[in-house]
Design a protein around this ligand. Structure first.
Ligand code: ADP
Length: 450
């Protein structure tokens, strides 16, 4: 097993990885920008190295600085966390070339799944159904128009290199198609340095259902069931739950079987998530994330598996410590993403946390680097805390979540906690009756009227 791991990330996810390492007897090295001197991941790590100024490009995305930090501290592995360099194939190869273990999949698999077009082609060939759309990248606006007419509007234009909901535009008719194509291409070029786009049928009332998998380097693949991440704003997840209120255990078993078979055939290693849209009883693959997901704790609650520990073990070459038959799905878990944003306008709210009190009680988990006196930086993602709650039933879970949100004190900055409180009290949510557009279409429309 590794003796010392460098965590190439910040915030709650860096802390999560630090904790898994410490529980396994592994020493940790934090890296940080000058803006994060006082961050909790830096304070708790065994050692820390400042790798650059606040801008991510010069610190958390600075491959040379990260590799130097691993070298001078004598690390034997690097965990990339979530976001930043976690799906960067070049980084993964450079880590290995410099003699460290990359805690993640092979660079080839990262590359294949990092491009939404090659990812769809690869999984289709492995027997997984995908959202209907263009066979590859769009060559011209004329080709897009012909295809869109054939498929029928609405259609969705997506960036091949897309992520974080960027480079995506819906087109409802031939009249707005050209403009949507231009906008998607411009946004894709600015965000990803590539304006390659493709077309997909725009599903009108789907749910976002994703399957968590983990594979070792001995050919064992296990799935940990699904997460329902349909509560979204601007294609970004806000609230996630496991299991999905819309999926039967028969559907879970069937989809799980198809997915694990495909992942095994691919020779994949590490944790991964296959994202699907689910509409009218059918699943359609949209993309695969070749890393840990922000929402992994809900799967941990319902299966009893420590995913980060297992991820580190398989990276070290060990076999999975459980089989598919060992995995029993139990109870219900919900995660609320708490952002430093106004709960109604979603305006970012960086600043100093004046008072902080974390809620507690049975089956309550907080993943956060917040503390009283902490300065929330404007430079990074606004996710400042994840509140994860478990219950024997969905009803109990929502009731507990409502109580726990009421106990949570974060003063000094605006957060999205009030939005989550309203969600726990909403009848549609309580019934589990929502799709990916619900939060924007119904909830905010209704909230605006009041
Ligand atoms: P990103 O990588 O940018 O997050 P995804 O492909 O994962 O993009 O899609 C993000 C979200 O966008 C999905 O969860 C879903 O809400 C919406 N979406 C993606 N593809 C479609 C589609 N074909 N029809 C309708 N909504 C879609």
């Amino acid at each position: 097993m590794f003796k010392k791991v460098l965590i190439a990330n910040r915030g709650e996810i860096a802390l999560r990885i630090h904790r898994a390492c410490k529980d396994m007897g592994i020493k940790t090295v934090a890296v940080h920008s000058t803006a994060d001197n006082q961050a909790m991941h830096v304070r708790l790590a065994d050692e820390s190295v400042c790798i650059g100024p606040p801008m991510s490009k010069e610190s958390y995305l600075n491959i040379k600085a990260i590799l130097s930090a691993a070298e001078i501290t004598g690390c034997d592995a690097i965990h990339p966390g979530v976001g930043f360099l976690s799906e960067n194939a070049t980084f993964a190869s450079m880590v290995e070339e410099h003699g460290f273990t990359f805690i993640g999949p092979t660079p080839d698999h990262i590359q294949m799944m990092g491009d939404k077009i090659t990812a769809k082609e690869a999984v289709l060939a492995l027997g997984i159904p995908v959202v209907p759309g263009s066979a590859g990248a769009l060559e011209s606006n004329e080709q897009a128009a012909l295809l869109a007419q054939k498929m029928g509007f609405p259609v969705l234009i997506k960036a091949a290199a897309g992520g974080g909901g960027k480079g995506m535009r819906v087109s409802y008719s031939l009249e707005d198609l050209q403009e949507a194509l231009t906008e998607a291409r411009n946004e894709a070029r600015a965000s990803f340095g590539s304006d390659e786009v493709f077309l997909e049928k725009y599903l009108v009332h789907p749910r976002h259902i994703e399957i968590q998998v983990i594979a070792d380097s001995h050919g064992n693949v296990v799935h940990l069931g699904e997460r329902d991440c349909s509560i979204q704003r601007r294609h970004q997840k806000v609230w996630e739950e496991a299991p999905s209120p819309a999926i039967s255990s028969k559907q879970r078993t069937e989809l799980g079987k198809i997915v694990t078979k495909a992942i095994k055939k691919l020779g994949y290693r590490g944790v991964g998530t296959l994202e699907f849209l689910y509409e009218n009883g059918e699943f359609y693959f949209i993309e695969m994330n070749t890393r840990l997901q922000v929402e992994h704790p809900i799967s941990e609650y319902i299966t009893g598996v420590d995913l980060v520990r297992e991820q580190i073990r398989v990276a070290a070459g060990l076999p999975l410590s459980f089989t598919q038959e060992d995995i029993k799905f139990q109870g219900h878990a919900i995660e609320c993403r708490i952002n430093a944003e106004n709960a109604e306008t979603f305006m970012p709210s960086p600043g100093k946390v004046l008072e902080y009190h974390a809620p507690s009680g049975p089956f309550v988990r907080i993943e956060s680097g917040l503390y009283a006196g902490y300065q929330v930086s404007p430079y990074y993602d606004s996710l400042v805390s994840k509140l994860i709650v478990y219950g024997d039933t969905r009803e109990e879970c929502i009731r507990r979540l409502n109580r726990v949100i009421g106990e949570y004190v974060i003063h000094g900055i605006d957060t999205t906690l009030p939005l989550h409180k309203k969600l726990t009290e909403n009848a549609d949510i309580q019934k589990g009756d929502y799709d990916i557009h619900w939060l924007e279409d119904v909830f905010f429309k209704d909230a605006d009227k009041k």
